[in-house]
Design a protein around this ligand. Structure first.
Ligand code: CTP
Ligand code: MG
Length: 228
């Protein structure tokens, strides 16, 4: 089965408040996006990558990708789901993808063993799945700043990426959910909207999504640790 990585990288990174979108900030001499793409391509089952960037992105053309597998660049969209859909459509029509592995550009610290676990688990089902970690803090519900309840955390997980699904199935679920105006913040939610129950594969908390300024130092630390 042809497995293609799709990387949404068309965000502006408003919460990061940096001079450029966070996926282009440098860690160990390479942009965050380079690390994220390289970690996916390092898996032998991943044949190529499709990166969705914003229109007239001035940064992506300067990246020196790992040379052994193709990296395609397409134009993303207004919301993350629009960028993912653009990437998946290219992956299906041009790369002939059977499966897609969708991964945030802003998650450069993905572990090889977690990626392997997700790919193995997803391919052994017809549903697909996502990396996730159990919630560790006590969870509170509040509408107004005062606590109304403590929520049982034993059933709660943090959804991460990568998220891996049969390409045609994800394309159709995303397109239908977007047309219906559903709130889609990850790929699994589109499949859930279509009545499926994607699998959770337990990963690690160091697979952070660089979101706020303090996250960059943490990502640098994790990536440096692996170099020694
Ligand atoms: N993304 C995308 N297209 C969009 C919005 C987001 O491809 N229209 C990508 C981002 O580049 C990022 C991933 O989706 O790799 C996760 O989104 P998020 O962390 O929210 O990134 P930004 O939207 O860039 O950040 P912010 O919400 O702070 O502006
Ligand atoms: Mg965003």
């Amino acid at each position: 089965a042809n497995l293609v990585a799709v990387i949404p990288a068309a965000g502006v990174g408003s919460r990061m408040q940096a001079d450029c979108p966070k996926q282009y900030l440098s860690i160990e001499g390479q942009p965050v996006l380079w690390h994220s793409v390289s970690r996916l391509l390092a898996h032998p089952r991943v044949s190529q990558a499709v990166v969705a960037v914003s229109a007239n992105d001035p940064y992506v053309g300067d990246i020196q990708w790992p040379v052994d597998k193709p990296v395609h660049v397409v134009t993303g969209g207004k919301e993350r789901a629009d960028s993912v859909l653009a990437g998946i459509r290219y992956a299906i029509s041009v790369c002939r993808a059977d499966w897609v592995l969708v991964h945030d550009a802003a998650r450069p610290c993905l572990r090889a063993a977690d990626l392997e676990q997700l790919i193995a688990t997803s391919m052994s089902t017809n549903i697909g799945g996502i990396l996730a970690v159990p919630v560790r803090d006590t969870m509170k519900r509040s509408d107004n700043g005062a606590i109304s309840a403590t929520v049982d955390r034993t059933a709660l997980w943090h959804a991460q990426t990568p998220q891996m699904f049969p390409a045609a199935e994800l394309e159709s679920a995303l397109a239908s959910a977007l047309t219906a105006g559903a709130t889609i913040t990850d790929e699994a939610s589109a499949l859930e909207w279509a009545g499926k129950q994607p699998l959770l594969v337990e990963g690690h908390a160091d697979n952070i999504k660089i979101t706020h300024p303090e996250d960059l130092a943490l990502a640098r630390f994790y990536l440096q640790q692996e170099l020694v």
